[in-house]
Design a protein around this ligand. Structure first.
Ligand code: HEM
Ligand code: SF4
Ligand code: SF4
Length: 542
């Protein structure tokens, strides 16, 4: 097994454990982005409800929040708690989402854009939470207001002006209303824009968490809101220092640092961490394979590749080569992740085409063209035919590069073909391997719900189920095709699954042989009957 760094190994073990507890579909670790969106929905809806009762003036804010918490605890109070806890939960899922991308090395190379644009979204979410605490206008809000002013004054823009307001007790309604405006409208709009930018280079992004996971999470938040409702501190009083402050460590964690450091130092730390995070994709840079190329002579403009590309790297335009088709496709090199999924989408990738010549398809990977893949299938089938006995089952393994280490699987009766992603396998290639003499085809790839190239797994399933073009035709015997999904640490499980598949093929072979021999025997019996009939007939005639 190749070396897997301990962070990745640990993280994969955690995901395995979550898979056992929640199943692939509802595994929260596979849905951290959509779960964060789900929390944003809760924050938005509860926030709109709270806004009905909230008084956005300095004098009325605290009492309006108290009214909601105590008088209307069953509705606005629960909404307030949901608003608070969903916000905290969002920070947890964002940090986990970020850690996951890092641990699984999904932040470099073509993913640099999503990573770099993710960092500011974290800032926008945290500052949104900070202005939220400000609006309650209790002792914690005052603490946040004073320390935020210190921080602002630490910037070379308007030195000293903000905290002077507080010292002179000049915090006025206008400033408070500005905070309300920022929290209720300005910051959410910026966040929505930042999130749109964050996922701009991805296609088919879901912002809805799976239903079961969403319901379970919501119920947990409601229970938490009822057991431990969010409450305020005493009202803000600029003349008094609060004795106890319950800091929200998810949002306000940098404020206690100001007890020890100057505002300038805190800025240096936070900006330093952010710049470092944004530079991470290049420390060191990840090497990427050559990007996909279009071969117009073999493209009929069906657009399937553009529909399937997980990174929005293919666009459709009017035909430029005078061919009779209406459209053609163009690959944008800067967006292409070299996943090869488009090759699996293209109807021209059919290996039964041009069997005597090179197979050229509509869109191909320069470093692993479909013609080479077909040649490898031919070569591996020839090798296993030569090196194994007639009674052995010959298996062709199509293995995705990013999931399991399947080098050890090669044997006298098992041939291995490497792919960028399972989505790169045209279903016809599976048929081809079976037609050419393989007894079984074994496909390995990333775990369900966690394709390295986002949609490869899903497209393959849909193609095999006949729900997505190009489909796996009915004539391909499903019992001879085995799909196994796992991660790098699960090599033993892979071997065990391959052995099970071998056994299944052997028992299928035995069944076929016994059916064949039954057929032969019944043929003999039948022919005896016919012969005896003839004899009888002859005798009768005689
Ligand atoms: C405000 C919070 C955030 C939300 C709601 C969010 C949501 C999402 C969503 C929905 C995706 C698409 C996942 C997919 O469909 O494959 C995504 C991708 C990604 N996010 Fe975030 N994200 C957030 C913050 C961050 C942060 C802070 C980082 C890291 C600095 C980050 C790094 C990434 C990366 C690298 C991807 C690309 C994943 C891929 O290409 O497979 N995100 N995010
Ligand atoms: S290789 Fe992948 S990312 Fe590039 S164009 Fe094809 S499907 Fe899109
Ligand atoms: S899938 Fe193939 S034929 Fe269809 S548009 Fe893409 S390159 Fe052309």
């Amino acid at each position: 097994m190749s070396f897997i760094n301990p962070v990745k190994r640990g993280y994969l073990a955690l995901e395995t454990w979550f898979n056992i507890s929640f199943g692939h579909q509802w595994n929260p670790l596979y849905n951290l982005g959509t779960l964060t969106f789900f929390f944003f929905w809760i924050i938005l809806i509860s926030g709109l409800y709270l806004f009905i009762f909230f008084d956005s003036t300095l004098m009325g804010a605290y009492s309006s929040v108290e009214y909601m918490t105590n008088e209307q605890w069953y509705a606005a109070g629960v909404m307030r708690s949901l608003h608070r806890y969903a916000s905290d939960a969002a920070i947890i899922t964002i940090l986990l989402h970020m850690f996951r991308e890092f641990a699984l090395d999904r932040y470099r190379g073509f993913r640099w854009f999503s990573w770099v644009t993710g960092v500011p979204t974290l800032w926008f979410v945290v500052t949104l939470g900070i202005t939220g605490y400000w609006l309650v206008w209790d002792e914690l809000a005052l603490y946040v207001a004073i320390l935020s002013s210190q921080l602002m004054d630490g910037l070379p823009l308007l030195p000293g002006t903000m905290s002077r307001n507080f010292l002179a007790e000049q915090i006025n309604d206008r400033f408070f209303t500005l905070m309300a405006f920022l929290h209720l409208l300005g910051q959410p709009v910026i966040l929505v824009f930042a999130l749109w930018f964050h996922v701009k280079r991805l296609s088919g992004v879901s912002i809805m968490a799976p239903r079961g996971l969403a319901i379970g999470t919501f119920v947990a938040l409601v229970i938490l809101s009822l057991i431990a409702p969010a409450v305020s501190h005493d009202p803000a009083d600029v003349t008094q220092t609060p004795a106890i402050l319950n800091i929200d460590w998810f949002y306000l964690n940098i404020y206690p640092l100001l007890d020890y450091w100057t505002a300038g130092q805190v800025w240096m730390l936070t900006i330093g961490i952010s710049v470092f995070l944004m530079l991470m994709p290049w420390l060191p840079k990840k090497k990427q394979d050559e990007v996909a190329r279009v071969f117009l002579d073999h493209c009929n403009g069906c657009e399937q590749c553009a529909k399937d590309c997980p990174f929005d790297a293919i666009t459709v335009q009017k035909r430029t080569d005078g061919a009779r088709w209406e459209n053609e496709v163009v690959v944008h090199d800067n967006l292409c992740a070299s996943c090869g999924i488009c090759v699996g989408s293209c109807p021209s990738s059919n290996p039964f085409r041009h069997s005597e010549q090179s197979l050229i398809t509509g869109i191909d990977m320069p470093n692993s063209p479909i013609n080479d893949v077909r040649d490898q299938v031919d070569a591996e089938i020839e090798r296993v035919n030569k090196s194994s006995s007639d009674s052995d089952n010959k298996i062709i393994v199509f293995g995705c590069d990013n999931a399991l280490d399947f080098k050890g699987l090669e044997s006298s009766n098992t041939g291995i073909i490497k792919y960028y992603c399972v989505g790169m396998i045209p279903p016809t290639m599976v048929e081809y391997a079976l037609k050419k003499g393989a007894d079984g085809v074994f496909i390995t790839g990333c775990r369900t719900g966690d394709c390295y190239f986002r949609h490869g797994n899903q497209w393959m399933d849909e193609r095999f189920d006949g729900d997505r073009k190009p489909i796996l035709r009915k004539r391909a015997e499903r019992a001879r095709i085995n799909v196994f999904r796992a991660v790098e640490t699960e090599c033993k499980e892979l071997k065990a699954e391959l052995d099970r598949f071998q056994q299944k093929l052997s028992s299928m072979q035995k069944e076929t042989e016994s059916v064949d021999s039954d057929l032969v025997e019944s043929d003999i019996v039948e022919s005896n009957i016919i012969e005896s009939d003839i004899v009888e007939n002859k005798n009768g005639e005689a």
